[in-house]
Design a protein around this ligand. Structure first.
Ligand SMILES: Cc1cc2nc3c(=O)[nH]c(=O)nc-3n(C[C@H](O)[C@H](O)[C@H](O)COP(=O)(O)OP(=O)(O)OC[C@H]3O[C@@H](n4cnc5c(N)ncnc54)[C@H](O)[C@@H]3O)c2cc1C
Length: 386
């Protein structure tokens, strides 16, 4: 703990990365605050569920001593999957092998709802650790550290700042001006509330698990979210300019259905229910990736973890897992007696993090390319039938 003795640490962002880091540092006795822009702990955490990988997310949870709570909150069966063609004909299913007495099979990559994961991590922290409604806007050098400025909140000083504020990090530019590149893929997010009642056919098709449908270099990816809600992504290749030029009204179901019929022409009308019964608005998510060979000079008083450091496409399910492993590694480097200065510890952490993130990003880009290729269906069937 020598390096952190009498130091104040500001983690900006209370996502999986930031909260895991706060917990791990608190366990080591460090003085930590998390500044999160959400108004309070009840802000709804959006997005698809996360599967925790044994060697990364799961290990971080274990070191954070929250495994028991995590295991209680796993979405049992949410990792069951089917692969369909564009006609909605099922070509692969693992529902049989992941049911009944085979239930232990699904513990390999347990799924958890993002909101539940946040709750578990929050409950593990000291009462005043997270400072809600703290939207970071800028910081300036002061003494050995930084004075952080927020929208609607007083400025605070910290000796060490950790950027955990996600893909559009406002702190990253203080470290490097390297920017993410567009991957060539947009994922149009579609949520269906209470799908058991509102979209019964699609709900039955998913049967509590995930679906991946491939055809004509496009995908439809869906899964159970929380209780009875479903989340879908229409994932397709397009120019970056699509976002500004498409003239779609994301609140207009009828228009989005017409868009689907045109862009996914020849796909079965079974899929139409997703568009008709969606909870508006649809959310376009252009997918970005940090350059694989990025590098920068380590600083003595600021570093980054998670998407802020290495946003990558979601096609290998690595983003949150990497964010949590970053948290684990950084907490260990900062509290190790091996380093003589914070800059040395940060530099060693960043070297290791960049190497690991590069491999994960490469895998994510490759998976993205395979899933959006002309022969995606047969490639994916080969992979899962092995
Ligand atoms: C469609 C999709 C599917 C995905 N599926 C998976 C998956 O299955 N498995 C997986 O591991 N990963 C998945 N990911 C990736 C994963 O969501 C991210 O990698 C992960 O959330 C990154 O965690 P983080 O803590 O770095 O950042 P985030 O989760 O982005 O958290 C950042 C936090 O910082 C806060 N914040 C942002 N700006 C500020 C500011 N200026 N001031 C204060 N607070 C701020 C935000 O409110 C947020 O709480 C997926 C991503 C997408 C887009």
């Amino acid at each position: 703990m020598m390096l952190l003795k009498n130091k104040t640490i500001a983690i900006v962002g209370g996502g999986p990365g930031g909260l895991t880091l706060a917990r791990l540092l608190e366990l080591k006795g460090a003085h930590v605050k998390v500044y999160e822009r959400d108004l309070n702990k009840d802000a709804r955490v959006q997005g698809s569920p996360l599967d925790m990988h044994k060697e990364s997310g799961w290990t971080a949870l274990q070191k954070a001593a929250v495994l028991k709570a995590f295991e209680k909150n796993i979405s049992i069966g949410a990792d069951k999957k089917i692969i369909a063609d564009k006609n909605a004909v099922i070509q692969f299913s693992d529902h049989e092998i992941k049911s009944g007495e085979n239930i232990a099979n699904q513990i390999a990559r347990p799924e958890i709802d993002r909101g539940r994961l946040r709750k578990i991590l929050l409950e593990s922290l000291q009462a005043e650790t997270v400072v809600w409604n703290s939207h970071f806007i800028a910081m300036e050098a002061q003494k050995e550290g930084w004075l952080l400025h927020f929208k609607n909140a007083p400025a605070v000083y910290a000796d060490l700042v950790v950027a955990a504020d996600g893909a559009n990090s406002k702190i990253r530019p203080y470290i490097t001006d390297i920017k993410a590149f567009y991957s060539g893929i947009v994922m149009l997010e579609i949520n269906i509330h209470d799908a058991e009642k509102s979209a019964p056919n699609i709900y039955k098709l998913l049967n509590g698990g995930k679906i991946m449908a491939f055809g004509d270099s496009k995908c439809l990816l869906g899964g159970q979210k929380g209780s009875k809600d479903l989340g879908f992504y229409a994932s397709f290749k397009t120019d970056e300019s699509w976002l500004n030029n498409n003239e779609l009204d994301y609140f207009d179901h009828a228009q989005l259905l017409e868009w689907f019929k045109t862009v996914y022409s020849g796909w079965s009308d079974t899929w139409y229910e997703i568009f008709e019964k969606a909870t508006a608005p649809f959310i376009p998510r252009p997918i970005y990736c940090m350059p694989l060979n990025q590098t920068w000079q380590a600083m003595p008083n600021v570093t980054m973890i998670g998407d802020a450091a290495h946003v990558m496409p979601p096609f290998a399910g690595e983003g949150a897992n990497m964010a949590m492993l970053d948290a684990l590694e950084l907490s260990e480097y900062l509290t190790s007696d091996q380093y003589h200065s914070l800059q040395e510890a940060i530099s060693s952490y960043e070297l290791s993090m960049r190497k690991r993130a590069m491999a994960a990003a490469q895998q994510s880009l490759q998976n993205g390319a395979r899933m959006h290729a002309e022969d995606a269906l047969s490639t994916m069937l080969n992979t899962f039938n092995k």
